[in-house]
Design a protein around this ligand. Structure first.
Ligand SMILES: NC(=O)c1ccc[n+]([C@@H]2O[C@H](COP(=O)([O-])OP(=O)(O)OC[C@H]3O[C@@H](n4cnc5c(N)ncnc54)[C@H](OP(=O)(O)O)[C@@H]3O)[C@@H](O)[C@H]2O)c1
Length: 187
């Protein structure tokens, strides 16, 4: 059975974007990017909320991104070769390949995807992921903690879910970012 992984880059106080919607402070440097590329390389499918999807489409449609570093070029290739499912009630047009829209989050359908998939799946952003946490579908978390406190904004983890976490791995980067890899289980 494939695993469903929640992945996010968060401030120390637990936000993926600050109160102004900014997350430039979360941008990975080359070292972190290379590490994320290796985490994402084996994945088969990204489950995206529409808002996160809209921040990611550049990896396919913006040619200036891949010119910025070998790590970004590598990530673009990884992203383009994975399947994407975008959850949205409003999105009309998909601008990337290997992508389909789902109009509702159906936990049973995701459970079946996990049962049938040969490669792991990843879920984000937090609003969509909260629904997967609520029904106990998230097996693991890849959390990158940026060295910043932003005081508020979009929470990286749902407020009303309690989980036990088993720390499987951790890593520190020269930028001060820290990677925390957890297995989740219900309390
Ligand atoms: N820290 C970082 O590195 C980083 C990187 C990228 C982005 N970000 C931030 O993260 C944010 C994205 O996370 P988010 O939590 O705001 O949004 P999200 O989970 O990515 O997307 C939310 C949207 O997904 C759709 N959706 C959610 N549940 C659904 C359901 N049950 N059925 C159908 N559609 C559903 C809805 O789209 P519709 O409105 O179309 O119906 C909803 O507005 C971005 O806005 C950005 O600020 C941070």
């Amino acid at each position: 059975m494939a695993r469903l992984i929640y992945s996010a880059i968060s401030s120390l106080d637990g936000y993926v974007a600050d109160q102004d919607g900014n997350f430039d402070w979360a941008a990975p440097d080359e070292e972190v990017h290379a590490f994320i590329n290796d985490l994402d390389r084996p994945l088969g499918t990204y489950l995206y909320g529409r808002r996160l999807y809209e921040t990611m489409v550049g990896w396919e449609i913006d040619p200036t991104l891949v010119e910025q570093s070998p790590q970004m070029e590598d990530f673009a290739r990884i992203w383009q070769s994975a399947d994407k499912i975008v959850y949205s009630r409003t999105l009309e047009v998909i601008s990337t390949a290997r992508t389909r829209i789902e109009r509702a989050f159906d936990p049973e359908a995701v459970r079946q995807m996990k049962d049938l998939a040969e490669r792991d799946l990843i879920v984000g952003g937090p609003e969509l992921a909260a629904q997967a946490f609520e029904v106990d579908l998230v097996d693991e978390c890849h959390l990158f903690v940026a060295p910043i406190v932003v005081g508020g904004g979009k929470r990286s983890l749902p407020e009303d879910v309690r989980l036990k976490l088993e720390l499987l791995d951790e890593r520190r980067f020269s930028s001060g970012m820290v990677y925390l890899y957890y297995r989740t289980s219900r309390m």
